[in-house]
Design a protein around this ligand. Structure first.
Ligand SMILES: Cc1ncc(COP(=O)(O)O)c(C=O)c1O
Length: 336
């Protein structure tokens, strides 16, 4: 009822509270935060919005999120840019090794480095700050995929020294589906085109990235409640708990000769997400047994270099559930 009044005079102004809470949690200015519907939208604003000429190179990894890679592949077809995807060992060796792989792959054509803060596969945390510092020294723009990082562990986006940071708030922040944000370093706003049109007057204003027409403000307003929920837990405690849960199942599976742990457990390289592969057993069969016999859902994730089962406990996962999962895997593997 009364949509003009409700949207323009009541809901729109209140969304500023959500932006402010996101900005405060991320440690950046509210004039560098655009609310989006998810990470895909946030990251694609940056990926499509940058002026890149034929031959300009984007450097990323072959374990970045498929949709984000497809976005660059479309620019390869449409704009003639070059996409280079580096590979890295699984489990990862060290932050030094990951840094060196990026540093060695940079060429005079590299204009953008795109990387995950934490991957959605093995849950590997990258040395984002070091890579962004190296990129900045060479005049290379950095786009960081924070889809799984934000609110999984405490993050100060301004400490990362990146140009763009994209997040889905419906993941680890537990906000409703259809909420996310894009951080854009102030000095990069002007040169970046919005996905939907913006006026010239808005060129240097972060709000140009939010203009999508009529939108469901209720989703955005709920971000405030979700952030408050996380603050009540405490992000340090949340991260510590998630690390504990991952270590707990890892410890119970690591001695099974049919299991190969694919994450590096060094605390600054992993948080709640972990992954394992199987030696001499079919992961699809284990996956089916876990669903059909134990009602346990895990993510079976193939990749050209390895196939693993991703395990993602959250704050609502109990220690008993973790132990039941580990027992189920060890029991099923006796006959697979
Ligand atoms: C690393 C990573 N990036 C981006 C996305 C895209 O997130 P969304 O589907 O919420 O846009 C995902 C989704 O799982 C992801 O894991």
């Amino acid at each position: 009822m009364g949509p003009f009044h409700t949207m323009i005079r009541e809901l729109d102004p209140r969304v500023q509270s959500a932006r402010q809470m996101v900005a405060d949690l991320a440690g950046v200015g509210v004039d560098e935060i655009a609310l989006t519907r998810n990470s895909s939208e946030a990251l694609e604003i940056a990926q499509f919005g940058l002026n890149l000429k034929p031959g300009d190179e984007v450097l990323t990894t072959n374990q970045d999120y498929p949709r984000m890679l497809e976005t660059y592949e479309q620019r390869v077809r449409r704009d003639g840019i070059k996409l280079t995807q580096i590979s890295f060992p699984v489990p990862a060796i060290s932050h030094d090794d990951l840094y060196d792989r990026f540093a060695k792959a940079v060429t005079p054509q590299t204009k953008v480095i795109h990387l995950c803060h934490i991957t959605n596969r093995t849950g590997l945390i990258f040395p984002v700050r070091r890579i962004c510092d190296m990129a900045q020294a060479k005049g290379i723009i950095t786009i960081v995929d924070g889809a799984h990082a934000f609110s999984q562990f405490p993050i100060n986006v301004s400490d990362l020294n990146c140009d763009f940071y994209g997040v889905s708030l419906h993941k680890w922040t537990f906000a409703p589906v259809g909420t996310g944000f894009l951080y854009v370093r102030k000095s990069r706003i002007k040169e970046t085109w919005p996905l939907m049109s913006g006026t010239e007057r808005q060129d240097a204003v972060i709000r140009k990235f939010e203009g999508i027409g009529t939108y469901p403000a209720a989703n955005f307003l709920s971000i405030c409640e979700a952030i408050t929920f996380n603050q009540n837990i405490g992000l340090d405690r949340k991260a510590e708990r998630l690390r504990y849960l991952r270590e707990r199942w890892t410890d119970q599976l690591a001695s099974n000769p049919k299991v190969k742990i694919l994450h590096n457990s060094t605390p600054d390289m992993a948080c709640g997400i972990g992954m394992f592969a199987l030696n001499g057993a079919d992961p699809a069969k284990l996956n089916q047994a876990l669903i059909n016999k134990h009602r346990i859902y895990v993510a079976l994730m193939p990749h050209s270099e390895y196939t693993g089962m991703r395990i993602t406990p959250s704050v609502y996962t109990t220690v008993e559930e973790i132990d039941r999962f580990a027992r189920a895997v060890n029991t099923e593997l006796k006959t697979l």
